[in-house]
Design a protein around this ligand. Structure first.
Ligand code: BDR
Ligand code: CA
Length: 316
């Protein structure tokens, strides 16, 4: 399949994860997916790889799955099983997929695929950036070979969702990896946690889409229960599907209605702030903007992308 603006070719680095799962359903519905590279994050690597393989099976797709790093680059970090379930997919006890992961490490797969398809791939990073940082160390020219990088991560005004207040999960889980990527990548799209909160899916609409959808929606409904309950019990404005929003931006950049270009750095020290994304909003340091910070998207178009991925035509 040839890449085009309408039907991009994606490489997805992910730690499935309930919102990762929705993002991958969207990718399969709207793009050509050349691989899933898997990180630890939401839960341990054994589960995130198993969940990726299960999704590929549910989709009836032939997408290679590459296991990556089992730990952050430097320091251990707490996972997000309290949101996604101990297995990362709502603890439904699903029958494991019969497919196996590739023998090739995720970081090597990122390097190889970028070389095989120079200028063609949109890399969508939905996990702690451990695999991508490692790939950058293996191939410092990687950014030249990737058409576009979209990162779900950060909290650009300090309202995070990690154990340290200003920190978002993907960056807080592996700040050194995020630092490596943010320093090396000249230009990327950043879909931060705060934008994801603004673009939550209203609970009743989310439920209605799942009820109206096909087998994909039924599988998704089965794994999303724990996360949905967590969102509702914690006073969130709806079901926050962070990775799905990042995927929407990757699939249709034109859905972005408000964005700002700024330099973003990652705090590596700080008992209260490690992993925070520090945005030079006032351009005081004069460093070129590395991030296109997505602030808002067209909600109706975002939801249409979600609905089509769930087979809920009535909402698309
Ligand atoms: C991000 O962290 C993970 O828990 C989600 O899958 C998403 O990638 C949101 O902060
Ligand atoms: Ca994720």
């Amino acid at each position: 399949m040839n890449s085009s603006a309408e039907f991009p070719t994606l490489l997805i680095d992910t730690d499935p994860g309930v919102d990762d799962a929705l993002a991958i359903l969207m990718a399969q519905a709207h793009a050509d997916v050349v691989g899933l590279t898997i990180a630890a994050g939401n839960v341990g690597l054994g589960h995130t790889v198993g969940n990726a393989l299960k999704l590929v099976e549910v989709l009836g797709a032939r997408i290679p799955v590459h296991a990556g790093c089992a730990t952050p680059l430097v320091l251990p970090a707490a996972d997000a099983a309290f949101v996604h379930g101990v297995d990362g997919f709502g603890d439904t006890g699903y029958l494991p997929a019969s497919g196996k992961a590739s023998d090739e490490h995720a970081a090597n797969a990122i390097v190889r695929l970028a070389r095989e398809r120079p200028g063609e791939l949109t890399l969508v990073a939905l996990a702690p950036l451990t695999n991508l940082a490692l790939a950058l160390r293996l191939d410092p020219q990687l950014p030249d070979r990737i058409a576009r990088l979209v990162v779900m991560g950060g909290a650009v005004s300090g309202r995070g969702n990690f154990e340290r207040v200003p920190t978002e999960f993907n960056i807080g889980f592996d700040p050194e990896a995020a630092h490596v990527v943010f320093e090396a990548w000249p230009q990327f799209d950043l879909v931060d946690w705060e934008a994801c909160v603004r673009h939550a899916l209203a609970f009743d609409r989310f439920d209605a889409m799942l009820a109206a959808g096909d087998a994909r929606a039924r599988f998704y409904a089965s794994i999303a229960g724990t996360a949905r309950r967590f969102n509702q019990a914690n006073g969130r404005p709806g079901m926050i599907v962070a990775d799905a929003l990042a995927m929407a931006v990757a699939l249709q950049p034109q859905i972005v209605t408000r964005a700002e270009q700024r330099h973003v750095a990652v705090e590596l020290g700080g008992a209260l702030t490690r992993g925070a994304t520090v945005v030079d909003w006032e351009r005081r340091h004069g460093r070129p903007a590395n991030a296109n910070i997505v602030l808002d998207v067209d909600q109706a178009r975002f939801e249409a992308l979600v609905a089509r991925a769930l087979g809920a035509a009535r909402f698309a």
